[in-house]
Design a protein around this ligand. Structure first.
Ligand SMILES: NC(=O)c1ccc[n+]([C@@H]2O[C@H](COP(=O)([O-])OP(=O)(O)OC[C@H]3O[C@@H](n4cnc5c(N)ncnc54)[C@H](OP(=O)(O)O)[C@@H]3O)[C@@H](O)[C@H]2O)c1
Length: 187
C-alpha cells in the first residue's frame, strides 16, 4: 500500500513542479514585458500614453460623457486631461473640490473649449456616493464611459463613517455602488 503512495507521489510531484515553473515563467515574462513597455494583445503597453491610445481611437470621442473618479492626481488627472482635450464631457467627482477646481483650471488653460463638471464625492461613504449618483442622474446626461480609477491603500487600520475598513470601503464598496448605480445607464 505504502509503495503505491510513493509511486503516485513520484508521478505527481514532477507534474506539480512542471506546472509551477510554467506559471512562474509566465508571470516573469509578463513582468518583463510590463517593465520594458512591450505592447500586449491590445496593442498597448505600460509605456503607452493616454494621448497615444486616443490618437488611435477609431470611434469619435466628442459628445461622449465620462465619469472619472480619482481625477485630482496621477493617472486619473492625465486621463481627464486627455479625454477632455478629445472632446469628451468629463465629470469629475472628487472629495477635494479645491484640488479638482485647480485641475479643471489647468486643463481649461490648455484647451478653452473643454467641458468639465465637478461634484463632491467621498467614495468611502455610501451616503456620499448615493448623493453624487442622484445629482448626476438629475442632469439627464448619457453616461458612455465610467472610469473607476480612485483608490487608496490605507497603511493603518482606519474605519469609514459606515464603520467599514477604509481601503475596502473606498476601493470596493464605494466604487461598486457607483458602478451598480450607473450600470443600467451606461450606453
Ligand atoms: N500608480 C501606480 O503605479 C498604480 C499601481 C497599481 C494600482 N494603481 C491604482 O491606480 C489608481 C490610480 O493610481 P494613481 O497613482 O494615479 O493614484 P493617486 O495619485 O494616489 O490618486 C488616487 C486618487 O483617488 C482619489 N481618492 C482616494 N480616496 C478617495 C475617496 N475616498 N473618495 C474619492 N476619491 C478618492 C484621490 O483623491 P484625493 O486627491 O482627494 O486624495 C486621488 O484623486 C489607484 O486606484 C491606484 O490604487 C496605481
Amino acid at each position: 500500500m505504502c509503495s503505491i503512495y510513493f509511486l503516485l507521489l513520484a508521478i505527481l510531484l514532477p507534474c506539480c513542479f512542471e506546472i509551477l515553473s510554467l506559471s512562474c515563467s509566465t508571470v516573469m515574462k509578463d513582468t518583463l514585458r510590463y517593465l520594458a513597455g512591450i505592447a500586449g494583445p491590445s496593442g498597448y503597453g505600460s509605456k503607452t500614453t493616454a494621448q497615444q491610445v486616443t490618437d488611435n481611437s477609431s470611434s469619435p470621442l466628442h459628445r461622449l460623457t465620462a465619469i472619472i473618479t480619482g481625477a485630482t492626481s496621477g493617472i486619473g488627472a492625465e486621463t481627464a486631461r486627455v479625454l477632455a482635450k478629445r472632446g469628451v464631457r468629463v465629470v469629475i467627482p472628487a472629495r477635494d473640490i479645491k484640488k479638482a477646481a485647480e485641475l479643471k483650471e489647468g486643463i481649461e488653460n490648455e484647451n478653452p473649449n473643454v467641458e468639465i463638471m465637478l461634484f463632491e464625492i467621498d467614495l468611502s461613504s455610501l451616503a456620499s456616493v448615493k448623493r453624487f449618483c442622484t445629482q448626476f442622474l438629475a442632469l439627464g446626461l448619457p453616461l458612455n464611459i465610467l472610469i473607476n480609477n480612485a483608490g487608496i491603500f490605507s497603511q493603518n487600520l482606519e474605519f469609514s463613517e459606515d464603520k467599514i475598513e477604509m481601503t475596502f470601503a473606498t476601493n470596493y464598496l464605494g466604487t461598486c455602488t457607483l458602478l451598480f448605480f450607473h450600470y443600467h445607464n451606461l450606453e
